[in-house]
Design a protein around this ligand. Structure first.
Ligand code: MF3
Ligand code: CO
Ligand code: CO
Length: 247
């Protein structure tokens, strides 16, 4: 398995810091009337200004710098002239490449007055990500992560999207191993110090099933229920993990 050196981890941390700062910057644009294309341009310009590249752009032909999903859209939403409206939830998922190294981060944002139930779901999804992260350390296994996320999700009345997974990350956006958001404890690959992973629960308020739209990119919930998504890039350490997509 691909173990990164201290130097490589430092480079990923720099990519991750720009990713994090771009996310922070986007908070102020989560207002009714803003189009997802305008959000995409803000992300693009911010990343370029930091001498980095928004590597979703052109990835397998993806036409924008960020995947932007609203409400029932789960992943790979294509920025458009759709306007945000009061009560929406918006997921910004984008990668930043700097000096040849990738970072991957997603947050779910609230627009105006979001219903208490959906607000709670957003909080619970972020906590599900942390529940998954908390079991990570050298010697833990991939199945431990999925088990922790799934248990947290189910305890909070949310379903886990199974058709999309987290992943290794490094010089490429997607590397081995796959990191499902469900699973059994004490199964799967054993984690080692220096592995870099993107952990990214996608949780639905309704059923777990998702469908691919005709544009061949955007995935939505089959039942139309809202979906939330949080993602961090981390490195496995001897006793735990370190978040690379942070300050
Ligand atoms: N950032 C996504 C992930 O979490 C991948 C986006 S690929 C793109 O793995 F082509 F849609 F940008
Ligand atoms: Co991502
Ligand atoms: Co990812």
């Amino acid at each position: 398995m691909n173990i990164k050196s201290e130097r490589e981890i430092a480079l990923m941390k720099e990519a991750g810091r720009i990713n994090y700062l771009a996310h922070k910057e986007m908070e102020k644009y989560m207002v009714p009337g803003m189009t997802t294309k305008m959000l995409d341009k803000k992300i693009h310009d911010f990343v370029i200004q930091h001498d980095a590249y928004p590597s979703c752009l052109g990835y397998e032909g993806f036409p924008a710098s960020a995947c932007i999903c609203i409400n029932d859209e789960v992943v790979h939403g294509i920025p458009s002239n759709r306007k945000l409206k009061d009560g929406d939830i918006v997921k910004l998922d984008f990668t930043v490449r700097k000096a040849g190294y990738e970072s991957d981060m997603t947050r779910t944002y609230l627009v105006g007055n979001v219903s208490p139930q959906i607000k709670q779901m957003v909080l619970d999804t972020e906590e599900a990500l942390y529940a998954g992260l908390r079991v990570i350390k050298s010697g833990a296994r991939i199945g431990d992560i999925g088990h922790a996320i799934e248990s947290y999700a189910h305890a909070h009345g949310l379903s886990v999207v199974e058709d999309l997974v987290g992943h290794g990350i490094g010089t490429k956006m997607h590397e081995d191993p796959e990191v499902p958001n469900f699973g059994k404890e004490n199964t799967g690959l054993v984690l080692k110090e220096g592995m870099t992973l993107a952990i990214e629960p996608m949780l639905n308020l309704g059923k777990k099933e998702v469908v691919l739209l005709d544009n061949d990119w955007t995935v939505v919930t089959e039942d139309g229920s809202p979906s939330c998504h949080f993602e961090h890039t981390i490195v496995v350490t001897k006793d735990g993990y370190e978040i690379l997509t942070g300050e």
